[in-house]
Ligand binder design. Structure first.
Ligand SMILES: [Zn+2]
Length: 427
């Protein structure tokens, strides 16, 4: 199994200069070759193969005006062509848009394949650099024991440097897969609490990013007041970028921890589908969802469930999860957003709004699974293996989605934003 490790680098001034130049060359090669390929297409109706592109790079390096390309390691330049080749393949397979030119930017990256780096005594040596680049390795696996296949060096907009290592893990290096627990859970994602669990276990809490966010906005405002292109403006830009990076890291950390916890504690995890692409059309919702990291949460959960042989069930959002009593099935006409607790007129049960929703999500998820099993038995096919249904979009049969669904969820969610914004004194 491949595993990624991302670690901060502390290059010296000379190393930083060299790395910046490498990133610049990667960008030049990408753009030059992309341009050449476009010309090829105009003339010969073909974008050319990787080998053709590689040939063009060799020609480029011979030209006096591109002499500088020879000053950096040739490996990241070659890797840039590979990345471009993949970008074209994705484009042809309709998985991605046409590859774009890279702008001169504050961020960039260069990939060093096996021949262009060495890890010795826990230190990272890059081709053409005399000294190892300083880093602090703090992962559970010692870096000397890793079978690293590539190192991607990245510069963030705040000027910090990072290395992403891609390593093939041996069986003994893999963490023990979590034991089966026999437990299933429904998760209600929300704005007040990141995730409420159907069994009323400790909820999933999001980090409080408000202070970090306020910091970043302050820097951004200060930057806007400085003269464009001035050194002071750049200084403020870096501060804002740094604050932004810290925000992102705190969120990522939380998402990693909560998803690991869920996969460890439960065998079956049921989530509501959020139809995120649709929601992203609403600018305020888009900002909110990005801040909360729901998309990333789902992707991480899907990957971790698949790896651990656990099951993730995603149910459609049309079910009235908040308004339905999880005990007797009574459906309320309406439930105002500021009502956190309510009593069911049908059976008298007292509900916490989010826990009740999580219970309904669990019930819907289990119903879906039961139906899948029944269908599998009926067609005499073997039962779907655990994790097989991972991330599948499944919907209980017999209900066609109502027409107004999209409109309904839009309204639901934007309602939910309001108390949150108010509480924080925004708007
Ligand atoms: Zn009830």
């Amino acid at each position: 199994m491949l595993r990624g490790f991302r670690v901060r680098l502390y290059p010296t001034a000379t190393q930083e200069q060299f790395l910046s130049r490498t990133l610049g060359c990667v960008r030049v090669v990408w753009n030059q070759v992309l341009n050449w390929r476009k010309e090829q297409y105009a003339q010969h109706r073909t974008f050319g193969s990787y080998r053709d592109a590689s040939g063009h790079l060799t020609e480029l390096k011979r030209r006096p005006d591109f002499e500088f390309l020879r000053e950096v390691s040739s490996v990241p330049l070659q890797q840039a062509l590979r990345h471009q080749q993949r970008a074209f393949e994705n484009f042809f397979a309709k998985r991605a848009n046409f590859p774009r030119f890279k702008a001169r930017a504050n961020r960039g990256s260069a990939t060093f394949a096996k021949t262009a780096f060495r890890i010795r005594d826990g230190r990272l040596h890059l081709a053409k650099l005399a000294e190892p680049v300083r880093w602090v390795w703090s992962f559970d696996v010692p870096v000397e024991e890793l079978d690293v296949s590539s190192v991607t060096v990245t510069r963030e907009p705040d000027g910090s440097w990072w290395a992403s290592l891609c390593a093939e893990m041996t069986d003994s290096q893999e963490p023990e897969p979590p034991e089966p627990t026999g437990k299933a859970v429904g998760v209600d994602l929300g704005v007040h609490t990141f995730g409420t669990l159907s069994d009323e276990a400790e909820p999933l809490e999001a980090p409080d990013l408000r202070r970090k966010e306020a910091n970043r906005k302050r820097y951004q405002r200060r930057m806007a007041r400085k003269k464009p292109g001035s050194a002071n403006r750049n200084k403020e830009r870096k501060k804002a970028a740094r604050a932004y990076r810290k925000e992102r890291q705190a969120r990522e950390d939380m998402l990693q921890k909560t998803t690991t916890r869920l996969v460890r504690e439960y065998d079956t995890i049921c989530l509501e589908d959020l139809h995120i692409p649709g929601l992203l059309k609403n600018r305020r919702m888009r900002a909110l969802i990005q801040r909360l990291g729901w998309r990333r949460f789902r992707a991480l959960l899907k990957a971790k469930c698949a790896r651990a042989g656990k099951q993730l069930v995603i149910i459609d959002r049309w079910e009235p999860t908040s308004k339905q009593c999880s005990d007797c099935g009574f459906v309320l006409e309406q439930l105002r957003l500021d009502v956190r607790k309510w009593t069911c007129p049908g059976c008298g049960a007292r509900h916490d709004r989010d826990v009740n929703a999580a219970k309904n999500i669990l019930a819907a998820g289990l119903a879906v699974l039961a139906e899948q099993r029944a269908r599998a038995r009926a067609t005499a096919e073997p039962e779907p293996a655990a994790g097989k249904a991972c991330g599948a979009h499944v919907r209980p049969r017999g209900h066609s989605p109502p027409r107004q669904r999209a409109a309904k969820q839009e309204a639901d969610l934007s309602d939910e934003v309001r108390p949150f914004s108010g509480r924080n004194g925004r708007e």
